[in-house]
Design a protein around this ligand. Structure first.
Ligand SMILES: Cc1cc2nc3c(=O)[nH]c(=O)nc-3n(C[C@H](O)[C@H](O)[C@H](O)COP(=O)(O)O)c2cc1C
Length: 331
């Protein structure tokens, strides 16, 4: 595959980025241990789960825990969601003052009922006046680079993205991450990459393409077809945390290396240790049941491993299970 020579150095406002890959914000998944793992595999920029601006305002313990970060994961994008200018600007200011992030992303895409009914997430795409007020307020309040993450639209016409992008650019927002599915689509159907191309044609700020990238080749095709400036990988990073790094290799060198099973087992061990130390043994192991099973999808005899995984309760049990699966696999 050819190298993509057209992709130059990537800047988001004052932030210089090495590479062209972003880990997508995934609620309940892109917590600190997960981000550190993906970063250690070579992703350019990782993004936090969405964090409630109001939760920060009320200093809610659950929200504040989501703000745990580590210098090793930088550059880091922290994503906020909220429906009103005062709470979102205050939260952004707090993040800037805490010096924990290199950029702040505002969620314009979440279609979960609980979020939408407050006027946040994708609901902002049907209230351009509110969106404009919020984005201008943010720009006036913080100097950190700002991005928004949008869907194609609120309803089936799916063309609110262009209006919101226009507003964002005029308000001084530095980049747009674009997942071209409508709110009604949720995660069904296919992401319409032709809309990324269209957005790129009307935007002067960087456009980060997102949706349905499952392989380095998919990312290559997205960049070729849409001319987006970078790509964002979500669900596929669950089974292959090396994917962003493979994409950067393909962009730069026209080829990429694939992790072998030992590399994957090593990441599973590291993730187990990190989850237990971050969340505690009981909660960490419960979360690992789902997380670790993604790594071995499609591997021989993985169903037995997954079955046993669903009962793990301790770090020791988890590590032994990984080691025995590894030994069985290497026969
Ligand atoms: C479990 C899950 C959680 C998500 N959480 C968020 C979130 O917190 N903020 C956000 O902007 N998008 C969120 N998304 C959307 C993803 O960031 C991404 O736009 C979408 O999954 C499409 O990319 P993909 O095909 O690479 O997964 C979430 C998606 C999933 C599946």
């Amino acid at each position: 595959m050819q190298q993509l020579k057209r992709l130059g150095k990537m800047n988001i406002g004052s932030l210089h980025i090495k590479g062209h890959t972003f880990l997508a914000p995934l609620a309940g998944i892109t917590n600190l241990p997960f981000r550190l793992m993906v970063k250690s595999c070579g992703c350019s920029v990782v993004c936090s789960e969405m964090i409630s601006a109001r939760g920060m305002f009320y200093n809610q313990a659950k929200t504040m825990k989501l703000l745990a970060t580590d210098p090793l994961e930088r550059p880091l994008s922290v994503q906020l969601f909220g429906a009103d200018t005062p709470s979102i600007t205050r939260a952004a200011k707090m993040i800037e003052e805490m010096q924990i992030a290199d950029m702040i992303d505002i969620n314009f895409g979440c279609s979960v009922r609980k979020v939408v009914k407050t006027g946040a997430g994708v609901a902002l795409m049907k209230t351009p006046g509110v969106a404009e007020h919020m984005l201008k307020g943010l720009r006036d309040t913080v100097s950190l680079p700002l991005s928004i993450k949008i869907r194609s639209g609120w309803d089936a016409t799916g063309n609110q993205a262009f209006e919101i992008a226009h507003i964002a650019q005029n308000a001084g927002i530095d980049a747009i991450a674009f997942h071209p599915r409508t709110a009604t689509q949720g995660f069904g159907g296919k992401a319409d990459w032709s809309l990324i191309r269209k957005l790129k044609q009307i935007c002067d700020i960087p456009v980060i393409g997102n949706g349905d990238i499952k392989s380095p080749e998919d990312a290559f095709h997205m960049i070729e077809q849409t001319h987006c400036d970078a790509v964002m990988v979500g669900r596929a990073s669950l089974s292959n945390p090396f994917l962003p790094s493979q994409i950067d290799q393909l962009i730069n060198a026209g080829t990429y290396t694939s992790p072998d099973t030992d590399d994957i087992f090593q990441k599973m061990i590291e993730l187990t240790q990190a989850y237990v130390s971050h969340f505690g043994e009981q909660v960490g192991c419960k979360m690992l049941r789902g997380r670790l099973s993604w790594f071995v999808r499609g591997w021989p005899n993985s169903s037995l491993f997954r079955k046993r995984l669903s009962q793990i309760r301790s770090k020791h049990e988890t590590l032994s299970l990984i080691q025995s699966f590894k030994a069985d696999l290497h026969g």
